[in-house]
Design a protein around this ligand. Structure first.
Ligand SMILES: *Cc1c(COP(=O)(O)O)cnc(C)c1O
Length: 379
């Protein structure tokens, strides 16, 4: 897909994102810089002083993410973190003070209830609203920050970022969007009016199920300065090796997103024809409740499909019968994973609810494996 603004497509941008200008005899992506401190004689001047504050390997990764999340927007700033939760906490705890109110999704990432308890312990009022239906509008008055997660995990509901961001802005309320599921190729929250796009890079962004990472990107310099200060204070920084691996992985983001998301669509279409499958959700299915808004604000619909089987036992038999799909949590990796989400507690889902993350296997093999496992689970 090509942008009007910058003229190049996502694949072209992804393979070169964040790379320095070529230097003779140097690799395209310089290796990780391992440094707790840097040579610093005399006066203290940046950019590189101490390893908790700055690292050139992070900086290259931050440039790469910035080029994908907000192409052509040079004034935005990106900060990488040790995990998605580190990034989420950095925004919440750097922007909110005792007495402020925040709106969180009632159906979002499963750690949010823990975050809620911590925010309340600090005297911050927490309101919640479901992701679908733009019900956030009813509780946003007087709030300092509106937190959106769209598509939501694991329910795959979608809200209208542009509409909610306009309403929030009119009330002087900041908006953050958890962009984990969509990835920067699937959705660009800053272009839709959000103040922050925040994500776990642990999922499809890096896509190999081997690193934890998070990031925050925003266009407001003083808000981002507070996020940066929080990272320094808490020390929630990625290791240089993880940052370098993440950057290397982003080169194939377009390939993985195209392939995995097309396979997710194919799987969703097959599941739609199965009687034992209920509550099927995929934002790219034209008859999905999320489709109307998703098709307006998303460029790709993600690699996660969710659905229910009749009982917990049936879901467990299905998962056990799968041969090409690991029973594991998380999503977005090149190897398909699926899990019975109810085993964690916390999500408002049926006992037989399955979150299925479609990997980079041949889709025909994957669909055949799923159909066979469905048949076997009936016995
Ligand atoms: C996984 C996830 C997170 C947390 O990310 P970590 O990297 O595990 O800390 C946050 N939001 C969403 C939507 C997620 O899926």
């Amino acid at each position: 897909m090509t942008d009007s603004g910058t003229g190049v497509g996502d694949g072209t941008r992804a393979v070169r994102a964040g790379l320095p200008d070529p230097v003779k005899h140097e690799p395209a992506l310089p290796g990780p810089v391992f440094a707790a401190h840097y040579h610093l004689p005399g006066e203290v001047t940046g950019p590189y002083t101490y390893g908790r504050d700055e690292n050139p390997t992070w900086n290259r990764l931050e440039r790469a993410i910035g080029e994908l999340e907000a192409p052509g927007q040079d004034s935005v700033e990106t900060l990488v973190f040790a995990s998605g939760m580190a990034a989420i906490s950095a925004v919440l705890f750097s922007q909110l003070r005792a007495g402020d109110a925040v709106v969180l999704p009632s159906d979002g990432y499963q750690v949010l209830p823990l975050v809620r308890a911590q925010l309340e312990a600090y005297g911050i009022e927490v309101r919640t609203a479901p992701t679908g239906g733009d019900a956030q509008l009813e509780v946003v008055d007087g709030a300092k920050l509106l937190w959106l997660e769209t598509p939501s995990n694991p329910g795959l509901d979608v809200c209208d970022i542009r509409r909610l961001a306009e309403a929030a802005r009119a009330r002087g309320c900041l908006v953050a969007v958890d962009n984990t599921l969509a990835t920067p190729l699937g959705q660009r929250p800053l272009e839709l009016g959000a103040d922050f796009s925040v994500a776990s890079g642990t999922k499809q962004l890096t896509g190999h199920g081997d690193i934890l990472l998070g990031y925050v990107i925003g266009g407001d310099a003083s808000a981002m300065a507070a996020v940066r200060r929080w990272r320094k204070l808490v020390g929630a920084i990625p290791g240089p090796m993880e940052a370098w691996l993440a950057h290397r992985s982003i080169a194939t983001l377009q390939l993985r997103v195209d392939w995995q998301n097309a396979s997710a669509m194919a799987l969703a279409e097959v599941l739609r024809g199965r009687d034992e499958v209920t509550g099927l959700r995929y934002p790219g299915l034209p008859d999905d409740p999320s489709y109307k808004i998703a098709s307006q604000q998303m460029r790709h619909y993600g690699c996660v499909v969710s659905f229910s089987l009749s009982t917990r036992a049936r879901a467990e038999r299905f998962l056990e019968a799968l041969r090409l799909v690991d029973d594991a949590t998380s999503f977005g990796g090149v190897r398909s994973t699926a899990e019975r989400r109810g085993r964690w507690g916390g999500d408002a889902v049926e006992e037989g609810f399955i979150r299925f993350s479609v990997g980079a296997e041949d889709p025909r093999d994957l669909v055949a494996d799923v159909l066979r496992a469905l048949d076997e689970s009936a016995r």
